[in-house]
Design a protein around this ligand. Sequence first.
Ligand code: ADP
Length: 252
Amino acid sequence: MRITVKGITFSYNSAPILDNVNFSLESGQILSILGPNGSGKTTLLKVLASILSPKNGAVFLDGKNLAEISLSGKAKIIGYVPQRSEGFNTSVFEAVLSGRKPHVHFRIKKEDIQITERVINVMGLSHLKSKSIMRISGGEFQKVIIARALAQNPKVLLLDEPLTYLDIKNQFEMASLISKATKELHLITVFVLHDINLALRYSDVFLFLKEGRIEAFGGKEIISSEIIMKVFGIDVEIKEMMGSPYVLIKNG
Ligand code: ADP
């Protein structure tokens, strides 16, 4: 699968929020969208998820305009995890199983149950299976939401700050798990992550956004103190750590 974003512009009212955004991604790639607050990261993710329609330009999935794909077709392809999700009184198991909805025609099959069980195990949620999602922690709830998106078996996984409420160990475990799933299942994953170093370690493509415009797009080779200064306005040093760039903020 290939996503091609062509000449996207978007505005909520008169102020432009996304301005001529162009890039493309292939199966197996993990993209991190990086930029300061208000630069348009969530908006871009929502355009990719087809929750917002661009004013100009289009998103193509294997050459097909996303705007022309049916709702049920999109639900089978795109898994979207928003920054905030609502929880209602259902068990962890049912919440993850609900990710199978786009694939269920008449009734839930054995396969749906098996996929749900597998994802719950992989995500380390087995002990919470029958607990209500109203009575689990913020971090556990975040895992359930990611599990639901994985159970959906999407081809494109869009994650908006999915690790915010997780402790440091779980952040790494989840990022590593999502990265593994992306490679093994040939997904296209797009992350918006708070932690730039986590993003650098677990992504292979980067898109720097500033005031709705792409400042840089590419692999690890585009990570430099200059681009970080330009986009975030902070003075940093880039070190190499286990084959990934690592950003250290300088004093003063
Ligand atoms: P980021 O994710 O990079 O923090 P967003 O995409 O959330 O940025 O927001 C980009 C800009 O769009 C901000 O200036 C924000 O105030 C504005 N914005 C976001 N959502 C809405 C909305 N629903 N209505 C009007 N303006 C919005």
